[in-house]
Ligand binder design. Sequence first.
Ligand SMILES: NC(=O)c1ccc[n+]([C@@H]2O[C@H](COP(=O)([O-])OP(=O)(O)OC[C@H]3O[C@@H](n4cnc5c(N)ncnc54)[C@H](O)[C@@H]3O)[C@@H](O)[C@H]2O)c1
Length: 386
Amino acid sequence: MATPVSIEVWNPNGKYRVVSTKPMPGTRWIRLLTDQDCRVEICTQRKTILSVDDILALIGDKCDGVIGQLTEDWGEVLFSGLSRAGGRAFSNMAVGYNNVDVNAATKYGVAVGNTPGVLTETTAELAASLSLSASRRIVEADEFMRAGLYDGWLPHLFVGNLLKGQTVGVIGAGRIGSAYARMMVEGFKMNLIYYDLYQATRLEKFVTAYGEFLKASGEAPVTWRRASTMEEVLREADVISLHPVLDKTTYHLVNKERLSMMKKEAILVNCSRGPVIDEAALVEHLKENPMFRVGLDVFEEEPYMKPGLADMKNAIVVPHIASASKWTREGMATLAALNVLGKIKGYPVWSDPNRVEPFLNENSPPPAACPSIVNAKALGLTASKL
Ligand SMILES: NC(=O)c1ccc[n+]([C@@H]2O[C@H](COP(=O)([O-])OP(=O)(O)OC[C@H]3O[C@@H](n4cnc5c(N)ncnc54)[C@H](O)[C@@H]3O)[C@@H](O)[C@H]2O)c1
């Protein structure tokens, strides 16, 4: 039985009822909805992860659209409930949607929105931060300092890895993986090896041009290579960052066997989704290889860590904050709200979900389109001509 949920209401007399399962950063997203005759109900329940029953209670008997979160289980039960309440619009406030059963949504005629593009640089910056923190042992050194253990400079104190001239490996060179690769290549003059199902042409062109620039300036050029297998990346790279989507093909992509292929002093970063790594195997690998280091933003069974991980000095762990910059989180809220609003209003779907800037400009009204609907084709929704 669901517990009663507390809500905050905006524009109580609005014609369309839109529910957000969480308060979201900024106020623009609320204004965009209320300006278009929506009554906005925001769940303010002090409970981090809402259950399916909680959300069903929020949806109630009449609901036109819901903005949900990646911690929620959006499957058959919720989409049939939303459909019964007359709703045909849902958006995750995230680019990943592995928590959503898109086929179930399509079956009930519900559009599924996501928020690509706006979190690319912010997420890549956290992956870069974790790469640096792990390579230079920042967290260990900080703890040592605060514990009052520093009693003078020593040649061996917290010796880590130099990045310049080393190889950065990227698995999943899509939007975020490519942005991360550019940061590491340009910022630290690392060579790139990547593995993806598709060729990252723009990334390759960037590294080629940057390598030529360095050569013309009398410096060693950077290089790139597209690996034909993921194993090549694991064997060759000094720092490896994971950026694929989570699906059946990427579940436990990094397992015991693949961990053993990596260099003993390699650094592994995960800002994608927790189940991409077999976390129990990772804990064992960290125990056996003290100079192998990881930076993790995501975990296999969030919010929990596998036993032993929290004790490992060679692991840096942060609580799924890769997209947590103010600009990005407000932008994600805006895109999610506009996905729901656009479907309610019958707007077409924006033609290029990688080019979402027009929706984020606070000084002009957003285009009359849904920024990104992942099941647009399956639902036969029309594409915007803009
Ligand atoms: N930690 C966070 O807060 C956070 C924030 C944003 C995104 N993410 C995660 O990052 C993922 C990537 O986001 P994006 O915007 O770059 O998506 P994207 O679709 O642009 O990139 C994903 C890439 O993964 C590749 N890929 C798919 N299956 C693969 C496989 N088996 N092996 C290698 N590559 C494979 C795809 O070809 C694609 O290029 C999201 O799906 C999400 O799960 C996490």
